[in-house]
Design a protein around this ligand. Structure first.
Ligand code: UDP
Length: 243
């Protein structure tokens, strides 16, 4: 799959309708974990500040452009990406289209009880899937070894890790060798939304690429984190001048 480098991170040049079947097909034959990072400007800026994180993003199977900021950055660099691929939508698409015999899901992350609520909702929406295990994202041992062991026993085809960046990508990188036939994806706050505890932005915000703005007004405590968006665009602008 083609990629475009954005501040050194190779971002997949693809669309949601192309990416999902591509991954599902790969899952039928793979001998190693298929790891997916859904990148927003915050994640890319974190990689600029943290070399280890940058390395593990580069070593992942796919980095897709979750945030509209990443799509704008690609355009500024003269290497446009077709569209945004929100992690939350991939969560739904994978559950909706997973092949029979490859439809075992493990949910790891979010506050106690939320992953279970998300799993119950997922089963309601997609009765053909099996949620083979859930674990909340708090109070686990430092490296998350116990969760990894629990997940490995349940032989999942997909693991959604909702412990936020950079924790979720670090856990995936640390344990991926235990999951040679599994798609592992960091999904941020997806269980909060899937469980109904947090509302996703109304469609009009999503259509206008203002999902970030909805988050800012509904969760103002995120304002500091969101400063990464203009910082990211400034960094892209600087990188563009050096092209
Ligand atoms: N979280 C967790 N363990 C932690 C810290 C966070 O499970 O130690 C969860 C948190 O409850 C939330 C998710 O990680 O469900 C992160 O959500 P956030 O909104 O920060 O992610 P984003 O959608 O912005 O990537």
């Amino acid at each position: 799959m083609n990629t475009v480098p954005i501040l050194g991170i190779p971002v997949a040049q693809t669309t949601k309708s192309e990416f999902v079947p591509h991954v599902l097909n790969e899952l039928l034959h793979t001998e190693h974990a298929i790891t997916i990072v859904t990148a927003n400007p915050e994640i890319i800026m974190l990689a600029k500040e943290n070399y280890n994180y940058e390395r593990l993003l580069k070593a992942s199977s796919y980095v897709v452009a979750d945030g509209i900021g990443v799509v704008i950055g690609a355009k500024m660099l003269g290497t446009p990406i077709a569209e945004r691929i929100p992690g939350y939508e991939l969560v739904h698409e994978f559950m909706n289209t997973a092949a029979p015999g490859h439809n075992r899901f493990f949910f790891y992350g979010a506050k106690p009880g939320v992953a279970q609520e998300a799993a119950t909702k997922a089963k309601e929406l997609y009765p053909q899937i099996d949620v083979v295990g859930v674990c909340d994202g708090y109070g686990n041992d430092g490296d998350g070894d116990e969760v990894a062991a629990k997940a490995a026993v349940s032989e999942p085809d997909f693991i959604f890790v909702a412990t936020g960046a950079p924790k979720q990508e670090e856990w995936i990188a640390l344990h991926k060798k235990k999951f040679p036939h599994t798609v592992m994806m960091g999904v941020g706050g997806s269980f909060d939304v899937l469980s109904g505890n947090v509302d996703r932005a109304p469609d009009i915000f999503i259509k206008l690429n203002l999902e970030w703005f909805h988050r800012l007004i509904t969760q103002p405590t995120r304002a500091k984190r969101m400063l990464k968006i203009p910082q990211f665009l400034l960094a892209v602008n600087k990188a563009k001048k050096h092209l």
